[in-house]
Design a protein around this ligand. Sequence first.
Ligand code: MRU
Length: 346
Amino acid sequence: MSFRTIEWRNDKVIMIDQTRLPSEEIYNEYDDFQGVAEAIKGMIIRGAPAIGVAAAMGVALGARDIIADTHESFFKQLDNVCETLARTRPTAVNLFWAINRMKRVAEAHRDKTINSIRALLKAEAISIEHEDLQICRAIGSHGAPLIREGSTVLTHCNAGGLATAGYGTALGVIRAAHDAGKKIKVFADETRPWLQGARLTAWELMKDNIPVTLISDNMAGWFMSRGEIDCVVVGADRIAANGDTANKIGTYSVAVLAKENRIPFYVAAPISTLDLTLATGDEIPIEERPAHEVTHIRGVPIAPEGVPVRNPAFDVTPAKYITAIITERGFVRGEYGTGLKALVGK
Ligand code: MRU
């Protein structure tokens, strides 16, 4: 891949600005945790695994800047850093997973000097980023065999290199199939209202010379009914114990259409996206975002001023519509209750 989504460089966090793509490829520098929190909230960085990496790096920046004479004061301020980062976006569980992992590292080394704890937190954040890339590659290699030679694959939103530390989850499966020499094509849903499909998925697949065709969201059913789509692969923001999956708004509609048209519907996600503390998808918190994302496109109004708007950023696809959930430890097909638990225990 010819871009970096996020990296730790010279004690700063560098992120490609996803609000400016595809027209401008700009990298922003963040020097404090408040900046990282704003970047997550403002979708400079987005996608479940990527916001997990960003949050971990935010914790490391916050820990570095704490002024404290005692461990008690250091840990109290560290809690405040973690809370600020945790309040940015509610749905993707990777955010909380990463923050908790950072907290556990600090707690486990409470007996060390404050400076050593800061160093350990920085090392942990960097390893979360490196691991994520390896995890995406493993998801790709487990998922690629499910994609048949010559397939046209529909994807929704962006679960690509831009949504992870690189390579992607859903796009990781697509990249791995393509890299294995399969002649596949991708249909990318534009993904209103934020246009992750049009702006990000189309951009990164074109950069990698993977054939991609952009469609608007309401076209997917038509192409399925014409036999022009062979399977669907999407990412996930949170997967409940029974396999119900929260992902970008519109995913549920695509899954229902896939079932009606007898097309396999795959979810690709790391184990860190599983939230086995939730029995079903009904318990997943769904973020509501500002009205202007619906009433405006790139700052231009497309609706009468003052019209009431709803803007849930995610929906939940019931497990019954999901053919398989692909992770870095293999995939589960049906029987998600036992299958996902077994994967976590592996
Ligand atoms: O609102 P976003 O852009 O953060 O939503 C992203 C998605 O819904 C992705 O499909 C999901 O996070 C998986 S990313 C590998």
